[in-house]
Design a protein around this ligand. Structure first.
Ligand code: DAH
Length: 369
């Protein structure tokens, strides 16, 4: 019996001193395994007289149970410790800068969208969206471009033939939108004035050369309220182009133009310096057309469910890709969509440098390019 007490004390000491799971397992085998002293004692019970056998058996079982539960407890502690050690060793400090350097680059188009959203966002505009696959009501009819309107021919439209088994019905077919102007209608359908939105997005026309790709990007703007005038249009767009080109002074002019959805309509030019070798935005000897704009045509307001006797507004639309080419000196539009990583490395932007009016649009002092 005394022996048994010693055995127990010794066993518990060993168990509690086990430093890791591996040594605990060795201790377990030595203490309770087939060849252990305890197992041998159990086996030797058979040779004892009955009463002693019962008494000794009981005591042995008690000791065995105690040893086993001590093993179990120690195992839990060591397992938890091992997990904590592992977590500590594998901890990643996500606040550290990326190493060796940021590899991914932001596409110039995405950057330009960020920039225009920062500019118009500060003026109180919201971003609106519409579908790429559009019906002709939103893409044309509601914009004062009914079927057979000559202005439709200006846009080399992709019509969708969703059921080739039937004769193609040009008037009913869906199109992939030729302009973001349809978002004007979709916004008016959802919301009564005051409206102040920009709609960035993809547009599509059947055209392909150094300055045209079948898919390109536009930015639409729409402002509607009770007393909106041409002066608001001019002030808003003047502020926009100065902010966009990051210039304090930038000459602008408006030329009369024609768009079915605006009346009067204009095109806005910005001053630039053209030499044989370069084109620089700013004061200079020449003008560069930058966007189309005008006062929203009453028919368009009506088509969107807005009363033209109560409200009026202005709209504008611009080609985002051309703006990117201009601002960042990218000569060929087609390269935008070739997915060449070398090109992106050269013309792309650091993805974590967010554009903002206060922190900087294209260069916020970070690792911009
Ligand atoms: N949707 C026109 C186009 O694709 C651009 C445009 C011009 C939009 C004048 C407008 C606008 O909202 O007022 O050529």
């Amino acid at each position: 019996m005394e022996n048994l007490e010693n055995l127990k004390t010794e066993a518990l000491n060993k168990i509690n001193a086990a430093a890791d799971l591996k040594s605990l397992e060795e201790i377990r085998v030595a203490l309770t395994g087939k060849k252990s002293y305890l197992t041998e004692l159990m086996k030797s019970l058979g040779s004892l007289p009955l009463e002693e056998k019962i008494a000794m058996g009981k005591s042995l079982n008690v000791v065995k149970n105690e040893i086993e539960s001590a093993l179990e407890q120690r195992k839990n502690i060591l397992e938890e410790q091992a997990l904590n050690d592992k977590l500590a060793a594998e901890k990643i400090d996500i606040t550290l800068p990326v190493r060796p350097e940021i590899q991914g680059r932001m596409h110039p188009i995405s950057k330009i969208f960020e920039e225009v959203m920062a500019i118009f966002g500060q003026m109180g505009f919201e971003v609106a969206e519409g579908p790429d696959i559009e019906d002709q009501f939103h893409n044309f009819n509601a914009l004062n471009m009914p079927p057979n309107h000559p202005a439709r021919q200006m846009q080399d439209t992709f019509y969708l033939n969703d059921d080739p088994s039937k004769p193609f019905d040009m008037d009913a077919a869906y199109v992939i939108r030729t302009q973001t102007s349809g978002v004007q209608i979709r916004t008016m359908e959802k919301q009564q004035p005051p409206i102040r939105i920009i709609a960035p997005g993809r547009t599509y026309r059947s055209d392909y050369d150094a300055t045209h790709t079948p898919m390109f990007h536009q930015l639409e703007g729409l402002v509607i309220d009770k007393n909106i005038t041409l002066a608001h249009l001019k002030g808003c767009l003047y502020d926009f182009v100065k902010a966009f080109f990051e210039l304090d002074e930038l000459p602008v002019r408006y030329r009369p133009s024609y768009f079915p959805f605006t009346e009067p309509s204009a095109e806005m030019d910005i001053g630039c310096l053209k030499t044989k070798t370069e084109l620089k935005v700013g004061a200079g000897n020449d003008w560069l057309e930058i966007l189309g704009c005008g006062m929203v045509h009453p028919n368009v307001l009506r088509a969107g469910g807005v009363d033209p006797d109560e409200y009026q507004g202005f709209a504008f639309g611009l080609g985002v890709d051309r703006l990117a080419m201009l601002k960042y000196g990218i000569p060929d539009l087609r390269t935008f969509f070739e997915s060449d990583v070398r090109w992106l490395k050269h013309y792309g932007f650091a993805p974590l440098d967010f554009s903002s009016m206060t922190g900087g649009l294209s260069d916020n002092g970070g690792s911009a390019r």
